[in-house]
Ligand binder design. Structure first.
Ligand code: SIN
Length: 336
C-alpha cells in the first residue's frame, strides 16, 4: 500500500458518537461510541489515510465551553506541530460547531490542515450521516489540494471555511452552509473538487496569545429581540458582570427606538455593544442599524450573534478598547 497521510482524530462527543435505541429514533445516549469505534465504522477509511483516534470528551456540544475549547485548541497546536501527523480531524456536536470552528480559527496557528465534522443522525439511525462525513473530512485534508494550515468544516459533501460555517436547520441532513462566501470544495465519491478559495478568516490566529497565555474570557451576553418587545429586554437585563453585549436585532440591525436609546446609555457606561441580527444570513452595517455607530456601539458585519459574542469575548480578553474592537469587526464587512 502507498504511504498514507497520518491523520489524528480527536473525538469530542455529539450525535456522531451517539447510540439510539432504534434505527428510526434521533434520541440517543452520548459516549456509547468512542473514537476508535468511530474509525472502525467507516468502510474504506484505512485505504485513504492512517487514522489514529483519541477521545477528548464525550459530551453534547451544548456542554462545551471555554475550558474544553482551550484544551482542544492546545491539542491541535501540539499535533499539527508534530512531524508524525499530517492533519487533524475533530468530531463534534452540530449545535455549537459554529462557535468551535470560529474559536479555533481565531486562536490557533495550526501548521497542518484541520477539519471539523459532525452528524445530524446518530450512528444507529437508518440514515446515519456520521460515517460519510468522517470519511469526507479525512479525505479532504489528506489530498494535496487542501494542504493549507487552515480550519475547515466538512459536512454533507461540502468543505467549508471553518469561520464561515452556519447551522441553518434543526434536523435536516443538509444543515450547514458557508456564509458569507461559499464552500471551498465539494466531495463526490472519493474525489475532492477544490476551488482553491481561502479557508481562513481575515484575522485568523490573531488571538493566539489568548491561547498561549490561557487568558480568561469575560462574560458577554446576547439579547434577542421579538416584534413588540419595546425596551423590555434591556430593562430586565442584569448586566452587572458583563463587559460586552450583543443585540440580535431585526433585519439589518434595527430595534425599537426606546431600546436604541437605552443601549446608548449602556454603551457609555463602559459596556461594548455589538449589533447583529436574529436572521441566519446577517448583514449589519453602521448605516443599516438603528443606533448610530460610536466607538462603543459596533455593527457586526456578516457575523451572527453567537460569532459576534465570541469575537467580542476574545477582544475584551486581550484588553482592546472600543475603537480597536470596531476596527476588528470591520474585517467582517469588507474585502472578504
Ligand atoms: C450536539 O451538538 O452535541 C448535539 C446535536 C448534534 O450533534 O447534532
Amino acid at each position: 500500500m502507498a504511504i498514507r497521510p497520518r491523520i489524528q482524530l480527536l473525538s469530542t462527543g455529539g450525535t456522531i458518537s451517539g447510540f439510539g435505541r432504534t434505527a428510526t429514533e434521533t434520541a440517543y445516549e452520548y459516549g456509547q461510541i468512542d473514537a476508535c469505534d468511530l474509525v472502525a465504522t467507516v468502510d474504506g477509511l484505512n485505504h485513504i489515510a492512517d487514522v489514529q483516534a483519541e477521545t477528548l470528551f464525550e459530551v453534547g456540544s451544548e456542554n462545551l465551553g471555554p475550558v474544553q475549547w482551550f484544551k482542544l485548541a492546545n491539542r491541535i497546536e501540539e499535533l499539527t506541530a508534530s512531524d508524525e501527523v499530517d492533519g487533524v480531524v475533530v468530531t463534534h456536536g452540530t449545535d455549537t460547531l459554529e462557535e468551535a470552528a470560529f474559536f479555533l480559527d481565531l486562536v490557533c496557528r495550526p501548521k497542518k490542515p484541520v477539519a471539523l465534522t459532525a452528524a445530524m443522525r446518530p450512528a444507529t439511525a437508518l440514515s446515519a450521516d456520521g460515517p460519510a462525513n468522517l470519511y469526507q473530512a479525512v479525505l479532504a485534508i489528506s489530498t494535496l489540494k487542501l494542504q493549507g494550515p487552515e480550519i475547515f468544516v466538512v459536512m454533507n459533501g461540502q468543505v467549508i471555511p471553518g469561520w464561515q460555517v452556519i447551522k441553518t436547520d434543526s434536523v435536516a441532513l443538509s444543515s450547514f452552509c458557508a456564509y458569507p462566501g461559499g464552500a471551498v470544495g465539494q466531495i463526490v465519491n472519493s474525489n475532492l473538487l477544490a476551488n482553491g478559495g481561502p479557508g481562513s478568516s481575515p484575522i485568523a490566529g490573531q488571538f493566539h496569545d489568548v491561547l498561549r497565555k490561557g487568558l480568561e474570557l469575560p462574560n458577554v451576553d446576547i439579547i434577542s429581540l421579538r416584534g413588540g418587545c419595546g425596551n423590555r429586554p434591556i430593562l430586565s437585563w442584569d448586566g452587572t458582570d458583563c463587559k460586552g453585549l450583543v443585540i440580535a436585532g431585526f433585519g439589518a440591525g434595527t430595534m425599537p427606538d426606546s431600546l436604541a436609546t437605552k443601549l446608548a446609555e449602556i454603551s457609555q457606561s463602559g459596556c461594548v455593544v455589538v449589533v447583529s441580527s436574529r436572521l441566519s444570513r446577517v448583514i449589519v452595517l453602521s448605516d443599516t442599524m438603528s443606533p448610530g455607530e460610536s466607538d462603543e456601539i459596533i455593527p457586526s458585519g456578516f457575523l451572527n450573534p453567537q460569532k459576534s459574542a465570541l469575537l467580542l469575548c476574545l477582544a475584551l480578553a486581550v484588553g482592546l478598547n472600543g475603537s480597536d474592537i470596531a476596527k476588528l469587526f470591520s474585517n467582517f464587512s469588507s474585502n472578504l
